[in-house]
Design a protein around this ligand. Structure first.
Ligand code: C5P
Length: 319
């Protein structure tokens, strides 16, 4: 059954944030990007994009967040223009209202998932009938994490992050507590630049070595049970450079590590958001409620989340 349901003129696209269950920098590519080996996981923290078909040929964006540009530099507008150019119909128009709930500059792919939701949503609203693979392929032109955010769930991500290999699990029961200091953001390019300065001399250079690393990731067990019981840590290479630069990340990791029942603790993406894994959502939620004061005192926003087996979801008033 088509999971994407819309009436003719209106729909809501739900865009989910992601965390990294693994982030390994393998080397540098000829295009200047880093060669990565990652495991990404969608979570139930989401932005909502209300999309209304418009009769004129304009693409407009409004949002509830003053810190976000509504112009051509926003990934939502970039994604809408990209899709319109791809199908060669510049008459298509849409008014988009973004309800931003995912913190920005947090390492949670907030901008990327909005772009993914724009592509999936407009494909339906404008009746373009492009295949999901075509949308994923198109999306990598404007951001490395966007292809993952289209179908989401738990996937292996290689290359710049855009080469996806799906893991065959139907459900993910782990819960997590996610924290972020609202006063700071981390620039992804800066995090990679610092990493290169410090560890560039150790980079792998040979495609055969990259493939060997990918095979290790492929043959690892990424099930909930294995994550909880067979791992000592979550690997995030960028944490090695961001943590010493950011007392907020240091503080977040320290608090999360001290929580009862927290299994693995890590920064997500290029940070500064950090998370701790729990047996399930109820456990994470209980611990969060018991420690609300501690997070408040530390100046951290905190969420209890569950993991999702999907990325973008579409709905409208009638479903
Ligand atoms: O593709 P995206 O817009 O997410 O990348 C943002 C920046 O992060 C890039 O311009 C680059 O500096 C850095 N990056 C990288 N290697 C990657 C992904 C991102 O160096 N694989």
């Amino acid at each position: 059954m088509d999971p994407y349901i819309a009436n003719e003129d209106f729909l809501i696209a739900e865009a989910h944030a992601k965390i990294n269950l693994h982030l390994e920098v393998l080397g540098i590519r000829s295009d200047g990007f880093h060669e990565l080996a990652m495991v990404m996981q969608s979570i139930n923290l989401s932005d909502q994009l209300k999309m209304i078909k418009s009769a004129d040929n304009k693409i407009t964006l409004k949002s509830n967040n003053k810190d976000i540009s509504n112009g051509e530099d926003n990934l939502i507008i970039k994604a809408a223009n990209l899709l319109r150019n791809k199908v060669g119909n510049t008459q298509l128009g849409v008014d988009i209202e973004l309800e931003k709930n995912i913190p920005i500059g947090a390492g949670l792919a907030g901008g990327s998932t909005d772009a993914a939701a724009t592509l999936v949503g407009l494909n339906k609203l404008w009746n373009l009938n492009l295949e999901i693979e075509e949308l994923e392929n198109l999306s990598k032109e404007i951001g490395s994490d966007i292809p993952f955010c289209v179908l989401g769930g738990r996937q292996l991500c290689f290359g710049r992050g855009e080469i996806l290999e799906r893991l065959k699990f139907d459900r993910f029961d782990l819960g997590l507590i996610l924290v972020k200091d609202p006063s700071i953001q981390v620039s992804t390019p800066v995090a990679y630049k610092k990493y290169k300065e410090k560890y560039g001399h150790k980079y792998l250079v040979d495609e055969r070595d990259f493939e060997m690393k990918r095979n290790i990731i492929r043959s690892s067990d990424w099930s909930d049970q294995s994550l909880l019981h067979n791992r000592k840590e979550i690997k995030n290479d960028l944490q090695k450079t961001v943590r010493p630069m950011s007392k907020e990340v240091e503080k977040s990791l320290k608090i999360l590590s001290g929580l009862p029942g927290s299994h693995l603790v890590s920064m997500s993406g290029s940070g500064p958001s950090c998370f701790a894994l729990f047996q399930n959502f109820n456990e994470a939620n209980k611990v969060l409620n018991e420690h609300v004061k501690e997070f408040e005192r530390a100046g951290l926003s905190a969420w209890a989340c569950s993991m999702m087996s999907n990325g973008v979801l579409l709905r409208n008033e009638f479903t």
